[in-house]
Every structure is written in structure tokens, then in C-alpha cells.
Design a protein around this ligand. Structure first.
Ligand SMILES: *[C@@H]1O[C@H](CO)[C@@H](O)[C@H](O)[C@H]1NC(C)=O
Ligand SMILES: *[C@@H]1O[C@H](CO)[C@@H](O)[C@H](O)[C@H]1NC(C)=O
Ligand SMILES: *[C@@H]1O[C@H](CO)[C@@H](O)[C@H](O)[C@H]1NC(C)=O
Length: 415
């Protein structure tokens, strides 16, 4: 059987300490009591806030002294109940010995092989219909990431809420798990659709000129589940409220990057992670993508404009989704790479004999003339198959500083 990790609860400590304060007997005892109570009420939120802040700062992502930052994307785990949940679409001889535990084993192998700095789960983390207890399934699904002590982030797919928790409930449960940087929604935004819209900043190397700047920006969005508009069939989409939050966030990050100290001319590259592919994923064929397309693009049946919003914002260089397990390609449209990860989980539909897989992205910093670390020079990607050797395939450059600089130059000369 699978053992489910329970998430810890860290509160109330300040309260007990406050109560233990000795009260000296004096005529104005009542006044003293009032003062102590008021003081502890005043201190409590400060202590909690300080602890939270410290936690956030400890977890702040940044490039290490290798000058690289690596992200492992796990798409569509479709976790059920663990060992009793069988694999789908494996070869007949593989069937008897295959379960959700193979999904966990694959994550574990990927972590050992790649030693990523961040693990991103792009939805359908659990397959709700086959998960008896959503919380237990989520705990088990994320357990390999949690025990690795590597920070991780997750967004929702269209199946995560089909068990015992609502979409909000699933996201709330996720943010309570250990080592996660996931957020239910941005704290400074009052109205936003969905659950699990947030961004993470990746700082430059400690001790370098960019130690206080975010040199890589990660955006996470909830692409919804199903349309709730009767006249529009099919999957959900990224709503205007989410796009507005993205616009504001992108603009703020670009402003900070271009301001003192060390003001930059270009914006820091951004990467966006969500579950359901955008309609623009259908713009390619095998002549202009790397990877394979073995099924249709299951985006929403309407285009809510998020691709255009990203092109306009200008900082996002690549988008990573899951949802279509048999597609694992990456193609470029208008300066943005649109990439699938390919199906990861064994209780997800797949293709017998076609390995489950994961996508890896690595951003590399440029060396400055003085020998220190600068800003991002290139962003590369490949996939690994869950075969004997974890074979790496389809290596490609997603973005590089020089090529985008050249393109800009050509445009200005032409004008
Ligand atoms: C699933 O895991 C079992 C136990 O480690 C292993 O024997 C089997 O080959 C795995 N199946 C697949 C399809 O990887
Ligand atoms: C980053 O911030 C810290 C703390 O404010 C400061 O001591 C340090 O000099 C800053 N580094 C750079 C490169 O600006
Ligand atoms: C990819 O190539 C096909 C023709 O083979 C073309 O119709 C399509 O527009 C191209 N897509 C992009 C994004 O360049």
C-alpha cells in the first residue's frame, strides 16, 4: 500500500508563550492583565508575519553558482489510489506489474537524473474520478517531489476536482504541502478567475550584480476545466481577469528589471505554465515543430486571446502545457515557443509501446567580462523517456539572447 504523508500544522506557538508571562501581584492587576493581553494580540500577527516572510525568503528561487537553473515539468500524472490503480495503454506483458507506483518511480528517477532546481506539475495531477480521497491522492502524487526537498509548483488541470475536493479545495490542499511554492491566487489581486494563478521570480547568482533582480520570471495560470457557457462546448479558457493580472505582473517585473540598480534594456525572459493548450498550438505541422503530434489539439473551442496578450507583453519566450498526452512537440509562433511535455502518468491514456515522458528546461546565464554571472544567455529544452536509460530526446534551443537581438536589429534596419 502507499503511505500518505500528512502535512504539518505550524501555529499557536506564540499564543502559549504569551500566556506564560508572569503577572506580578499589584493593586492595578487588572490593568496589567489588559496590557499583557493587548500586547500579545499586537505581537501575534507580527510574529506570524515575520515567520512567513522568512519562510518565503528562504525559498526564494535563484540561479546557483553553476549559472544554470533547471526546471522539470511533469504533465498529467493522473494519480488515482496508488497501488490498486492500474496503468492504461501499456503493452499486455507490462499490465500486471504496473500501477500509479510506476508514476511515482518515474518522478523519482527523473529527479535523480536531472537534479532540477524546480519541479512544475502542469495539472491533472490526480485523476479525480478514480481517486477515492482527493487529499490522500494529492499527497501521494506529490510525495516524490516533497521527499526530494526540491521546491515545486503545481497548477490545476481539468480532472483534479473530480474527486472529493473542489478546484479551490484542491489548490488550498496543495499550498499546504511541504516545499511547495504554489499559491492559491496572488495576494494583491481581489478579483481573479480560477485557482492557482501566481508567479515566481528566479534571482541572479548570489554575490553577482543581479543578486537582487529576477532574471527569469515564471507565470502559472489556471486554464480552467470545462466551459460553463451553454452555447460554448468543450474545455475552459484563460479569462480576462487572469490576463489582466498577467499584464500587470509582467509590466511590474519589466519595470523593475529596467530600473536601477543595473538597469537592463531588454526584459527578463518569462516562461508560462498551465494545463490546456492554447488554440495557437494548432499552428504547426511536422515541418515546423520538434517532437510529435499524434492527436488533435484539445484547446477550448474559443480563443480568449491569451496568446496575443503574451505577445504584446513581450517577455514570455515559451509556454508549457500538458493535457494532450500523445503530443510532445515544441513549435515557435511570433517569437514564443509553444511546448507540450507529453504524458507522464501511467493511469493517464497514452500509447502502448510509446514511453511516458517529461520535459526539462534549463536557463543558462552569460559570463560577464569581469568573469561574474550576468543575465540569461539561452534557454534550452529536451525530454526524457521512462525507458531503461531515461533516454534524452529532442534537444532544442527555445530562446537565446543573441538571436533575439539580431532579429531586432534586422527589423530596425529594414524600417
Ligand atoms: C512498473 O514497476 C514495476 C515494479 O518496479 C516494474 O517491474 C515494471 O516494469 C514497471 N512497468 C512499466 C511499464 O514501467
Ligand atoms: C542587494 O541587496 C543587498 C541588501 O539590500 C545589498 O547589500 C546588496 O549590495 C545588493 N546587491 C546589489 C548587487 O545591488
Ligand atoms: C508551419 O508550416 C506549415 C506548412 O507546412 C504552415 O502552413 C504553417 O503556417 C507553419 N506554421 C508556422 C507557425 O510557421
Amino acid at each position: 500500500m502507499v503511505s500518505f504523508a500528512s502535512n504539518g500544522n505550524f501555529q499557536n506557538q506564540t499564543m502559549t508563550t504569551a500566556k506564560k508571562k508572569p503577572i506580578i501581584r499589584m493593586p492595578n492587576l487588572m490593568l496589567m492583565v489588559v496590557v499583557v493581553v493587548l500586547l500579545s494580540l499586537y505581537m501575534l500577527p507580527i510574529c506570524v508575519f515575520a515567520a512567513k516572510r522568512q519562510e518565503q525568503q528562504q525559498r526564494k528561487l535563484r540561479f546557483g553558482s553553476s549559472g544554470e537553473f533547471k526546471i522539470l515539468q511533469v504533465a498529467d500524472m493522473h494519480y488515482g489510489n496508488g497501488k490498486p490503480t492500474p496503468c492504461l495503454d501499456v503493452l499486455p506483458k507490462q499490465f500486471a506489474s504496473c500501477s500509479d507506483l510506476n508514476t511515482s518511480a518515474f518522478i523519482h528517477r527523473m529527479i535523480l537524473a536531472e537534479k532540477p532546481n524546480l519541479i512544475v506539475f502542469t495539472g491533472d495531477n490526480i485523476f479525480g474520478f478514480d481517486a477515492t480521497d482527493a487529499a490522500k491522492s494529492l499527497n501521494a502524487a506529490f510525495a516524490p517531489a516533497i521527499s526530494s526537498n526540491i521546491p515545486w509548483a503545481a497548477v490545476l488541470g481539468n480532472h483534479d476536482q473530480e474527486s472529493t475536493l473542489s478546484r479551490g479545495g484542491v489548490m488550498k490542499h496543495i499550498v499546504g504541502l511541504k516545499n511547495t511554492l504554489s499559491q492559491v491566487n496572488p495576494s494583491d489581486t481581489k478579483i481573479i478567475d480560477g485557482f492557482g494563478n501566481y508567479n515566481l521570480e528566479v534571482g541572479g547568482v548570489k554575490g553577482s550584480s543581479f543578486e537582487n533582480k529576477s532574471v527569469l520570471n515564471l507565470y502559472f495560470l489556471d486554464s480552467g476545466d470545462y466551459s460553463t457557457v451553454p452555447s460554448i462546448p468543450g474545455y475552459g479558457w484563460i479569462k480576462p481577469s487572469q490576463q489582466f493580472w498577467f499584464q500587470l505582473t509582467s509590466a511590474k517585473l519589466q519595470r523593475e528589471y529596467k530600473n536601477k540598480p543595473h538597469p537592463q534594456k531588454e526584459s527578463a525572459p518569462g516562461l508560462a505554465y498551465f494545463h490546456i493548450p492554447l488554440p495557437e498550438f494548432a499552428s504547426f505541422d511536422s515541418s515546423n515543430f520538434t517532437g510529435v503530434r499524434q492527436e488533435g489539439i484539445s484547446s477550448a473551442s474559443v480563443n480568449s486571446g491569451f496568446f496575443t496578450t503574451m505577445v504584446e507583453a513581450g517577455d514570455v519566450k515559451a509556454v508549457f502545457t500538458g493535457h494532450d498526452h500523445l503530443n510532445d512537440f515544441c513549435g515557435e509562433l511570433t517569437g514564443i515557443k509553444l511546448c507540450y511535455a507529453g504524458g507522464f502518468g501511467y493511469h493517464a491514456y497514452g500509447k502502448a509501446g510509446w514511453s511516458r515522458r517529461a520535459r526539462v528546461v534549463v536557463a543558462s546565464l552569460e559570463k560577464t567580462e569581469k568573469g561574474g554571472w550576468g543575465t540569461i544567455k539561452s534557454i534550452k529544452s529536451w525530454k526524457r523517456l521512462d525507458d531503461h536509460h531515461l533516454t534524452a530526446i529532442d534537444g532544442q534551443v527555445l530562446w537565446s539572447k543573441s538571436s533575439s537581438g539580431n532579429r531586432r536589429k534586422k527589423q530596425t534596419t529594414g524600417a
